[in-house]
Design a protein around this ligand. Structure first.
Ligand SMILES: Nc1ncnc2c1ncn2[C@@H]1O[C@H](COP(=O)(O)OP(=O)(O)OP(=O)(O)O)[C@@H](O)[C@H]1O
Length: 242
């Protein structure tokens, strides 16, 4: 357990960093929500960020996405990280392929959108409309829209929180596959400890605007901490043996 995130030296991620954050400070007025936070995510690495409500997870994600200004420190990130939020944010007046290809400046935008929609299992719905989709399907389109840009950094802000348990499990499988294929660095903000354990190469626990704990997967790919221990770090007392 570390009180501070140090730069990675892992040989398993050789493509270079997807994002490097040094001494980040983010304040609202005079109140600092993030203070001197350091973080490095490698391309192909899946990092989950846990922390109690209000500790600054979304604030960090928004800063990495370049959506908000920062008051100190440095973020070295791709110019256009892809972001998927809890709500799908599809444009209701555009077909699915147009939603997916939004912002793509290429002549074969429809083909690229078709490939991305096929990857998420919706290759037969190109000309359909967002209003005809279930919650899970809409989130799959949001993922396709993010990945069509071939991002080096993928930021996921509780993208599965509003889905039912079965759909969430299916989405976990899909996301794992998509990340393996595209190899972006991923930061997943989640409240779901099981989701973090299932998906992440590394779990960070945020507290008071900084990274309080860090857990990295071992050689077998699993995170060497129990659910109960992780809940303990989050300040939740668990009565379950696991
Ligand atoms: N636009 C804003 N203006 C002022 N304060 C804000 C603003 N956005 C967030 N905050 C404050 O910053 C702190 C961190 O908020 P943030 O949304 O990052 O937390 P979080 O960890 O993502 O919470 P949750 O898990 O509940 O989504 C909170 O105290 C919140 O009230």
């Amino acid at each position: 357990m570390n009180a501070h995130v140090a730069p990675l030296s892992a040989a398993s991620f050789e493509a270079g960093p997807a994002v490097v954050v040094s001494n980040l400070v983010r304040s609202y007025g005079s109140r600092a929500v993030i203070e001197k936070l350091n973080l490095r995510i490698e391309r192909g690495e899946f990092v989950a960020l846990l922390g109690e409500s209000g500790c600054g997870k979304t604030t960090l994600l928004r800063a990495l996405a370049g959506l908000d200004s920062i008051q100190g420190g440095r973020i070295v990130a791709p110019r256009r990280p892809a972001v998927v939020f809890q709500e799908h944010r599809l444009l209701p007046w555009d077909s699915l392929w147009r939603n997916v290809s939004l912002g793509l400046r290429v002549p074969d935008a429809r083909e690229r959108a078709a490939e991305a929609l096929t990857e998420v299992g919706l290759g037969d719905r190109l000309d359909d409309w967002p209003r005809n989709l279930s919650g899970g399907q809409a989130q799959r389109v949001a993922l396709a829209r993010a990945l069509v840009q071939q991002p080096e950094l993928l930021l996921l802000d509780e993208p599965f929180a509003a889905l039912d348990a079965l759909t969430r499990i299916r989405m976990h499988e899909l996301v794992r596959e998509l990340v393996a294929n595209h190899q972006p660095g991923v930061l997943l903000v989640t409240h779901d400890v099981d989701e973090a354990i299932a998906l992440a190469d590394r779990i960070l626990v945020m507290r008071n605007g900084a990274i309080a704990f860090e857990h990295r997967a071992g050689r077998d790919g699993s995170i060497p901490i129990s659910r109960a221990e992780l809940l303990g770090e989050l300040g939740v007392v668990s009565h379950s043996p696991n």
